[in-house]
Design a protein. Structure first.
Length: 144
C-alpha cells in the first residue's frame, strides 16, 4: 500500500498519518527529516518555515504539552516524533536544541490560536454587519 503526503499537511488526519508513517517506516522518517532540512536550509527561524510543513488548520488539535485550561483538550506535540525527534535531528546543524524547539513550538501554537480567534471575530462581525444591512433594506422597502 502506498500513501503520499503533500506539504503543508492540511488537517489533523494528515498529521496523525505522518506520525504513524514516520514511526513505522524508516525510509519515510528519513524523507521527512530531509524535507525538514530542505525547508529550513540555513535558517534557524522555525517560525518562518513552520507554515511550509503544517497549515494552521492542521494544528488546531495540538499544543506542546497537551495541557489546556480552557477549550477542547489538545494532543501533546511532545509525544509525537514528527514534532520532536525528527525536527531536532533535521535542525541540529542550524543550532536548534530541545529547549529552543519547545519554546518556538509553544509560540507558534499561540499565534495559530490567535489567528483563529481573529478569523472568528471578523467572521462574526461581517455576519452582524450583513444582518444589519439586510434589516435596513427591509425597513426601507416597507416604508415605500
Amino acid at each position: 500500500m502506498h500513501y503520499e503526503l503533500r506539504f503543508p499537511i492540511d488537517d489533523e488526519d494528515g498529521v496523525e498519518l505522518l506520525e504513524t508513517m514516520v514511526q513505522c517506516n524508516d525510509s519515510v522518517r528519513r524523507e521527512y527529516v530531509d524535507y525538514l532540512r530542505s525547508v529550513a536550509k540555513n535558517k534557524a527561524d522555525i517560525m518562518s518555515v513552520f507554515g511550509k510543513i503544517f497549515t494552521d488548520k492542521a494544528m488546531y488539535a495540538y499544543n506542546y504539552s497537551g495541557i489546556c485550561n480552557r477549550g477542547p483538550r489538545r494532543k501533546p506535540m511532545l509525544k509525537y516524533e514528527i514534532f520532536t525527534l525528527c525536527m531536532l535531528e533535521a535542525w541540529k546543524a542550524i543550532g536548534v536544541e530541545e529547549d529552543m524547539l519547545r519554546d518556538t513550538l509553544t509560540v507558534i501554537i499561540k499565534k495559530i490560536n490567535g489567528r483563529k480567534r481573529n478569523r472568528k471575530y471578523f467572521q462574526k462581525r461581517r455576519i452582524t454587519r450583513d444582518l444589519l444591512i439586510m434589516d435596513s433594506v427591509e425597513v426601507d422597502s416597507s416604508d415605500a
